[in-house]
Design a protein around this ligand. Sequence first.
Ligand SMILES: Nc1ncnc2c1ncn2[C@@H]1O[C@H](COP(=O)(O)OP(=O)(O)OP(=O)(O)O)[C@@H](O)[C@H]1O
Ligand SMILES: [Mg+2]
Length: 251
Amino acid sequence: VAHELNTPIGNSLLMASTLQERTSDIAARFDSASLRRSDLADYMSASREASSLIMRSLHNAAELVNSFRQVSVDQASAQRRRFDLARACQEIAATLMNTVRLGRHRLELAVAPGIVMDSFPGPLGQVVINFVNNALLHAFEGPGGSMVLEAALRDGSVRMVFRDDGRGIPQEHQSRIFDPFFTTRMGQGGSGLGLNITWNIVTTLLGGTVRVESSPGQGTAFIVELPLRAPDPQAQGEVPAPAPFVAADGR
Ligand SMILES: Nc1ncnc2c1ncn2[C@@H]1O[C@H](COP(=O)(O)OP(=O)(O)OP(=O)(O)O)[C@@H](O)[C@H]1O
Ligand SMILES: [Mg+2]
């Protein structure tokens, strides 16, 4: 079990034990007939708060377990192959177009033709899907948003840039958006795992880097640099895991 699970599970345990204590306390007052109306009111509000924190934490833990499952399934079934990047991007964009049009936004492709990669098109597609979903969910306040996916060869590697012209990401969030569970949409469908998964796919499986450039009101750009040839899986097992998502003890 990954040690990132410790946070939500630890939080739930803490809350549940507080709840347990408060419950025996109020039960004792009830038994000794010293229960006041205000005790009961306090208890109800504390227990409401504790149970909603527990629900939220366990929801996070469940999401995390799911995403582990997803990532490992994806990686196991990830077919490594040679593929044309422009064609792969077109295929991914085609699957997203309905959603993009529904929100009356635009997604443009500017991928240089003729780039052939020996890598993992499935997980690479997941990366693009996460960027687009994030732009749709976080960047645009109304219809008319515009997104561009560019890719070109630069010094022998692929440089992919995904841009939106949305609200941007505040400076103080930029160093945290790749962390697991960092979300500004807590309780509104966000679990804060999308960019963490993206980061893991890019830096481990694909052997590249990803960073963000944004300023509020000016939109956001995610810059992904990838080798044409993904690292060998054996070599991946040997490098120390750089991802916060991967447990330090390697489990
Ligand atoms: N294009 C964007 N524009 C503005 N903010 C963004 C954009 N992409 C990401 N963010 C910010 O980064 C945070 C983290 O993104 P991430 O994808 O990891 O989590 P999430 O989208 O909130 O939840 P999840 O992807 O797990 O459903 C978001 O909550 C949001 O605040
Ligand atoms: Mg997301």
